[in-house]
Write a protein that binds this ligand. Sequence first.
Ligand code: GLU
Length: 323
Amino acid sequence: MAYSQGHIVGRFAPTPSGRMHLGNVFSALISWLAVRSVGGTMVLRIEDIDPRAQDRAVADLLMADLEWLGLDWDEGPTYQSERRAVYEDALAHLSAAGLTYSCFCTRAELHAASAPHASDGTYVYQGTCRNLSPEEVARRSETRPPATRLRVPDADDPSGDVLVEDLVYGAHEEKLACDCGDFLVRRSDGVFAYQLAVVVDDGLSGVNLVVRGRDLLGSAARQTYLARLLGFEPPRYAHVPLLVAPDGRRLSKREKDLDIGALHEAGVPAERIIGTLAACVSLAQPGALALPADLIDGFSWNLIRGHRQDIVVDQSFLSDLFG
Ligand code: GLU
């Protein structure tokens, strides 16, 4: 789809590993408001690349949750599970440029206590398989299918210093060699890595504004770098606060009593869910009922920038939510 210059294209990119939870709804709401407030286009992509998350029934429930909450979209859904060929092409392009290599490291080796850790808790790859000879690769492939990694520039090469100007959290700079190392573009089971799929999908669907939870801020530098290698203009990023329990633990899909299916069944209206979340970032008065469309006029990035701390789902949040 071709858009005119300056037209904002945002996206919802849920993984169908369960119903929408409040954290997903909050990022989706901000993404939707950012797009709708400037007359942009919203794209829906179901991130079901992992065979463990390819349940169409769950994807249908996610879409029903979005619709019930008043978060609509203009294009899609597209399903990552149907797009293997485009990821193959992107990988072939990187490999032809000599930017990939086979990696035989086991999970245990990668996550060993001695491995340096990145800011997001993942490991920094030490380049163990970076310089294997073609013979060695062929020999090892007989017993163990390799994963594929992208070779990032050496630490002294400034092309590996990537600056992301996040719309909410500001400048975030990474030196790829030190902050993540050569990263996965395809897993050893043949599944394309999240980093590759997301960049290819955002690039091909013209997405130029990515709004998502701040747990993914650490991926933005890798994705920016990869987008440029693949010939895409990297999107703007806006990471938003997470919803956390009073002990600071991130709320997740495991908190089943707070997923949208459970709230819907408990009789909590969509207006109360949206109103409660909106009040956390001063988009609505505490206790107000609101649908996303009611909040478009009041939306601004400045408001979100003023509320960068995580949102604590405490007793007062829950009493607003349950009314
Ligand atoms: N699919 C991811 C999730 O549901 C989001 C990935 C992204 O926004 O880049 O958490």
